[in-house]
Design a protein around this ligand. Structure first.
Ligand SMILES: C[S@@+](CC[C@H](N)C(=O)[O-])C[C@H]1O[C@@H](n2cnc3c(N)ncnc32)[C@H](O)[C@@H]1O
Length: 263
C-alpha cells in the first residue's frame, strides 16, 4: 500500500491511499468557500473509487474491431479522465500490448482539474499513444479540434463519457447537460455513456452540505431527474442524430453503459 499526501494552496488537501491502481481515496477538506464545488471536494471520505475493472469487465476487448476500426487511425476521447487510471486501462483493454505498435490508436484524455491531469501525465503508461490535457468541456473546445486536425481526422471514432454527466448537470443545469451531449455527439462517431443515476445527485448534494457549503447552483431547479440515462438517450436520439446500438448492462455501481452511434 502506498500513501501520498498532497496539499493544495487552493485550500484543499487530500490523502490518497492506493492498493495497486487505486482503491481508496480519503479526502480531507479545508474550506474553500469561493470556488465552485468540484468533483474532488464532494468526494470527502469517499472510500470506493470506482475501479476500472468495474467498467472494463463489461466492455468486449474487440470493441474497436466490432465497430469497424481495425487498421486506420482511430481516435478515442476520454471526457473527464480524472487522474488517467481508467484511460490507460481502457486503452490497454482495447489495444493489447503486442498490437500497440502496429495499430494507430490514439487516446486523448482531458479533465478540468489541472492537478488530476498533471497526475495523469506523470503516470501515463503510453505517452506516444495517450495524451492528457486540462480542459473544461463546457467552455472553449478548440484544443479538441486541434488534436483532430493533427491526426488528420474530422471526428473522434469513440468518445468515452463515464461518470461525468452529473457534475456538468449539477454545475451547469439542464441546459449544460444537454449541451454536453450535443457537443460530444457533434464530434464523435460513437459515444459510450455512463450517466450517474439520480441517487448519486442526492449523495453529492448531501456531501456538499456536510462540508458546510451551499448546494450546487442548479440542484433544486433541475427538471431532468429520475432516469437520467434515459433522458440522455432521448436527447441523443431526437436531437443529435445518434442511436443506441448496445447496452453493456449495469456496472457493480448500478449504472448502465450505453453505446451510441451516429446515424
Ligand atoms: C467521477 S469522475 C470520473 C472519472 C473517470 N471518467 C471514471 O469514470 O473513472 C468525474 C470527472 O469529471 C471531471 N469533470 C467534471 N466536470 C468537467 C468538465 N466540465 N470538463 C472536464 N472534466 C470535468 C471531474 O474533474 C472528474 O475528474
Amino acid at each position: 500500500m502506498s500513501a501520498q499526501l498532497l496539499c493544495y494552496f487552493s485550500g484543499l488537501a487530500f490523502v490518497r491511499c492506493g492498493y495497486g491502481h487505486y482503491n481508496r481515496t480519503f479526502l480531507l477538506i479545508w474550506q474553500n468557500s469561493r470556488a465552485p464545488p468540484t468533483y474532488r471536494e464532494c468526494l470527502q471520505q469517499h472510500t470506493d473509487f470506482n475501479p476500472p475493472e468495474n467498467r472494463l469487465s463489461l466492455i468486449p476487448p474487440a470493441l474497436l474491431r466490432d465497430l469497424g476500426y481495425s487498421d486506420e487511425t482511430t481516435l478515442i476521447l476520454d471526457v473527464g479522465c480524472n487522474s488517467g487510471e481508467l484511460s490507460g486501462a481502457f486503452y490497454k483493454h482495447l489495444v493489447p500490448e503486442e498490437q500497440s505498435d502496429r495499430r494507430k490508436v490514439h487516446l486523448l484524455g482531458f479533465d478540468l482539474d489541472e492537478t488530476l491531469v498533471q497526475r495523469a501525465q506523470e503516470i501515463n503508461p503510453l505517452p506516444s499513444r495517450i495524451t492528457f490535457i486540462p480542459l473544461d468541456i463546457t467552455k472553449d473546445t478548440n484544443q479538441l479540434q486541434d488534436y483532430l486536425s493533427q491526426h488528420g481526422c474530422s471526428h473522434f471514432h469513440l468518445c468515452l463519457c463515464l461518470a461525468v454527466t452529473m457534475w456538468v448537470h449539477l454545475n451547469h443545469g439542464d441546459s449544460g447537460l444537454l449541451q454536453l451531449l450535443s457537443r460530444l455527439s457533434s464530434m464523435s462517431q460513437h459515444l459510450l455513456l455512463e450517466a450517474q443515476p439520480w441517487k448519486c445527485y442526492r449523495s453529492a448534494a448531501r456531501r456538499l452540505r456536510k462540508l458546510g457549503r451551499s448546494d450546487f447552483d442548479h440542484f433544486k431547479t433541475l427538471k431532468i431527474q429520475g432516469d437520467v440515462a434515459d433522458h440522455a438517450r432521448e436527447h441523443l436520439e431526437r436531437h443529435c442524430g445518434m442511436e443506441l446500438i448496445q447496452s453493456f448492462g449495469s456496472t457493480a455501481w448500478d449504472r448502465k453503459l450505453l453505446l451510441f452511434r451516429k446515424t
